[in-house]
Design a binder for this molecule. Structure first.
Ligand code: TXA
Ligand code: MG
Length: 338
């Protein structure tokens, strides 16, 4: 009888890192921390290993993976690097910036969903870098969650979602940033465009490139070959219905049934304690704290037995506000974008 694997969480000892790097080099799959969210990694050159990643996540084949590299040389083995990519890599790598570039022939088509472009980034997390280094593999890694559910920012989140579908989880503590990388399309370096908002802003990308970068739009841009899937309207979603509100007044709480919860961005000033009030950051904290806590709080709310969650959008137009609001909007969306 076949039994499904039960995941084990590995502490980042040198011995465990050697073991997990071997698993990867041998075509296995390993969940591991990055500075943004946890990823489910496989050797990007091994189509069979990458297929196992799609299978474990229940991810549709038309949703391409991001390939993680450890050096610009390795990036060049995966993608065709242009001057714009070199500039951005120099400024932001290692870090939460993913570049979409023409792919090299050696990248199996399953990784790119048959597109002739590939998404690559050099992560900043030392443990993820060490897995790339020790395994000798560029690592394809989507977020380590069942497709469509809230992204994981701890090893326990990964186990909660994929614990019966994978064997190996490397524990690196909570992911520092908490929202996925900014993705920029550089296939045509004279027409760069944001494909997914993250913590690196369009404005700083424009400064480094010395040219305009097209802002992110919720609909897939016309020049995108296939609907790129982080572009799915419904994504990052809790099972509990989620309702978005531009700005929540503390008085909003009084109007609710007691099985409805409220997620504020910042801790509200309440006249009395409210068990159904939650927040992403303390009063006066920066949005960096709110982004760090976003997916964790959504998971807590989703397992809290609430009938409905009302969430407030982050204020302003900073990169993190756009990233948080993008994730909240997709989490609240009712359907996939056609
Ligand atoms: O921060 C991150 O980027 C995390 C960590 C693990 O690195 N990874 C991540 O992967 O968010 P994932 O699979 O959840 O999102 C990858 C998204 C796809 O859904 C798609 O939108 C975009 O990257 N993508 C990948 N390849 C692409 C391509 N060739 N063209 C356009 N978009 C692409
Ligand atoms: Mg994802």
């Amino acid at each position: 009888m076949r039994t499904s694997p039960a995941a084990r969480i590995y502490r980042p000892t040198p011995r465990n890192l050697a073991l997990l790097a071997n698993v990867l080099a041998g075509g296995g799959i390993v969940a591991a921390p990055t500075e943004t969210v946890y990823g489910l990694a496989a050797d990007a050159r091994n189509a069979k290993a990458c297929r196992a990643v799609f299978r474990a996540k229940g991810r549709p084949a038309n949703d391409p993976l991001i390939v993680h590299v450890n050096s610009l040389d390795q990036a060049g083995e995966v993608a065709s690097i242009n001057d714009a990519a070199r500039l951005l890599a120099k400024a932001f790598w290692p870090g939460p910036l993913t570049l979409v570039l023409p792919k090299q022939p050696g990248v199996p088509s399953i990784v790119t969903s048959g597109l002739d472009s590939v998404a690559i980034r050099m992560p900043a997390h030392p443990l993820f870098r060490e897995l790339i280094e020790r395994s000798g593999c560029p690592l394809a890694a989507p977020s380590a969650n069942p497709f469509g559910y809230i992204s994981p920012t701890t090893a326990a989140h990964v186990r909660d979602g994929l614990g019966q579908r994978i064997r190996y989880i490397l524990d690196g503590g909570p992911a520092e940033i908490g929202v996925e990388s900014t993705i920029i399309d550089l296939r045509n370096p004279s027409k760069p465009a944001i494909l997914r908002p993250g913590s690196i802003s369009r404005e700083v990308l424009e400064q480094v490139l010395g040219r305009k970068v097209a802002a992110y739009t919720r609909k897939a841009p016309a020049h995108t070959a296939a609907p790129a899937p982080g572009m799915l309207e419904r994504h990052y979603s809790p099972r509990t219905p989620l309702n978005l509100v531009a700005k929540l007044a503390p008085g909003f709480l009084r109007k609710l049934a007691n099985n409805e919860a409220v997620l504020f961005v910042h801790q509200p000033k309440l006249s009395q304690p409210a068990p159904n009030a939650f927040w992403l950051a303390n009063h006066g904290d920066e949005l960096i704290t709110a982004a760090h806590n976003l997916f964790h709080q959504l998971r807590i709310l989703d397992s809290g037995g609430w009938k409905q969650i009302h969430a407030e959008l982050a204020p302003g137009t900073s990169a993190l506000a756009l990233a948080i609001n993008d994730r909240l909007s997709r989490a609240a969306a009712k359907r996939a974008l056609a």
